[in-house]
Design a protein around this ligand. Structure first.
Ligand code: F0G
Length: 466
């Protein structure tokens, strides 16, 4: 029998579960908390002197790794012709040995996304080193691809025919694409009328069984947890710890792209609250292995109308979370009862980060500002820019520090939002009032003219005067 290279440890009661006993909802049968993947040969928290698994292909046995060799290897793989090397997730496979056989990798060549220097934001804020790590530049247009390649490969390896998720849109798009690549079937549950069209169209395009339920995202999660108990479908929501192993890799890329100088801060949008902890896990593992010498502060930003973590930190010091009825136009993060909130609290505490919230007008303005850099993103990603402004205003981020904003989704995911913004129909007057002037300056509605060069030239002249 091949020995597994990893174990799953409950983040609540710390028990390790045998992989064969894992429940279909990925919750601990003892305390219902979520699991985290650990690697006996090198994870920090695993019991000292743990069995030294002789795992083919991990390359990391007990003892310090050869840091320079690993860095070189990961970079070198980018010029290989092999799929597992070209993937920006699997080229870091020494840090995510979750498969028994690499032949089971299902990949769309995800990852390897750009890190942009945000020069206009830098000019406006006075801070020079502001960057955007654009996870919207993944094959299906969101950060979900990095976690989908890992978790869906596990499902494939374990012989499932069906995979399923409840989603605000991006997870379903990613899952449907990867399932199609593997020749598997996928079941998508989405809240009726509450996801962006671009995302819905992707699920259909990639052939998912797509069901709109008359409820919100949290309601979809409830229904799906019943479904996975009663049918042999593999759950691919972010409660699945294998998702997070793939979602670690943008942190490795950031480190690599910054020449292994870790940024001072990383700002991440918060919805179901898994992603911040995945990135945090990667930074902690890198430090533990000696690849880097510190971790960034990780801060999480929620929409004001979907801010259960913000309230949990403000009102209960992160000890308790009360679900809210979520409402925001940033539909990707319209989540009132986030599954991974405890993991998020842990990572904020472990790294010394904060939680912020963003109003609808703040999100809309920030999205326009990111667009004006020639970068663009979907609304949920823009909360990171609001977080940056607020943390700078509060003196928590200094102009001398380096900051990475994690942009999670592509601007084309939700073009209706962008068009409404520029038409001036997105926000109510009350929402708009505090930022009326700033928003007005960023709006660029289309101009309709007769087909006449004179008319176009007049507009050109007018625009050049601004
Ligand atoms: N940004 C985007 C674009 C998202 O789609 C999501 C989550 C998040 C941020 C939040 O990440 O849940 O790890 O805190 N979207 C999920 C979905 C819920 O179904 O696509 P998180």
């Amino acid at each position: 029998m091949i020995q597994d290279s990893h174990v799953l440890r409950c983040t609540g009661c710390a028990r390790v579960i045998a992989l064969a006993d894992l429940k279909e909802n990925f919750r601990c049968p003892e305390c219902s908390d979520l699991y985290e993947v650990e690697y006996p040969t090198w994870s920090e928290s695993y019991g000292k002197g743990a069995n030294e698994a002789n795992t083919p292909g991990t390359g990391l046995r007990q003892g310090p790794p050869n840091v320079a060799a690993l860095r070189w290897l990961w970079k070198e793989r980018r010029s290989s012709t092999e799929l597992k090397d070209q993937s920006g997730v699997w080229r870091f496979r020494e840090l995510l040995p979750i498969l028994r056989d690499e032949q089971h990798i299902v990949s769309l060549r995800e990852g390897n996304t750009p890190l942009y220097h945000m020069t206009r934001t830098a000019d406006r804020s006075g801070a020079d080193r502001i960057f955007a790590k654009h996870q919207g530049m993944n094959p299906t247009g969101s950060f979900k691809d990095t976690g989908m390649t890992t978790a869906l490969s596990v499902a494939y390896e374990r012989g499932f025919s069906w995979v399923a998720c409840a989603s605000t849109g991006n997870t379903s798009a990613a899952m449907a694409a990867y399932a199609a690549r593997a020749g598997m079937r996928s079941l998508v549950l989405i809240p009726e009328g509450k996801i962006a069209w671009g995302k819905l169209s992707q699920a259909l395009d990639y052939g998912a069984l797509t069901i709109q339920l008359k409820t919100d995202f949290d309601g979809c999660v409830r229904v799906l947890s019943d479904v996975v108990r009663r049918a042999p479908v593999y759950l691919l929501n972010s409660v699945n710890p294998y998702r997070l192993e793939g979602q670690k890799t943008p942190a490795l890329e950031i480190a690599e792209q910054m020449n292994w100088e870790i940024p001072d801060h990383l700002i991440v949008p918060g919805g179901n609250l898994a992603n911040g902890s995945a990135l945090g896990k990667a930074f902690l593992e890198m430090k533990h292995l000696g690849l880097t010498d510190r971790v960034p502060r990780i801060s999480i930003v929620q929409a004001e109308g979907a801010n259960p973590l913000y309230r949990a930190m403000r009102d209960f010091n992160g000890e308790k979370l009360i679900a809210v009825e979520a409402n925001t136009r940033a539909s990707a993060i319209r989540i009132g009862n986030p599954a991974s909130w405890k993991k998020a609290v842990k990572i904020i505490r472990a790294t010394g980060g904060w939680v912020e919230e963003a109003s609808e007008a703040e999100i809309a303005l920030a999205k326009a500002e990111i667009g004006a850099e020639g970068i663009g993103c979907e609304p949920a990603s823009a909360v990171t820019m609001v977080g940056l402004k607020k943390l700078m205003a509060a003196g928590r981020i200094d102009v001398s520090e380096s900051v990475v904003l994690l942009l999670t989704g592509h601007t084309l995911k939700d073009s209706d939002y962008t068009i409404s913004y520029h038409r001036g129909t997105l926000l109510s007057e009350d929402e708009l009032a505090p930022l009326d002037r700033e928003i007005e300056l960023t709006r660029r509605n289309t101009i309709e003219l007769e087909a006449d060069a004179e008319a176009v030239l007049r507009e050109l002249e007018r625009a050049a005067g601004h």
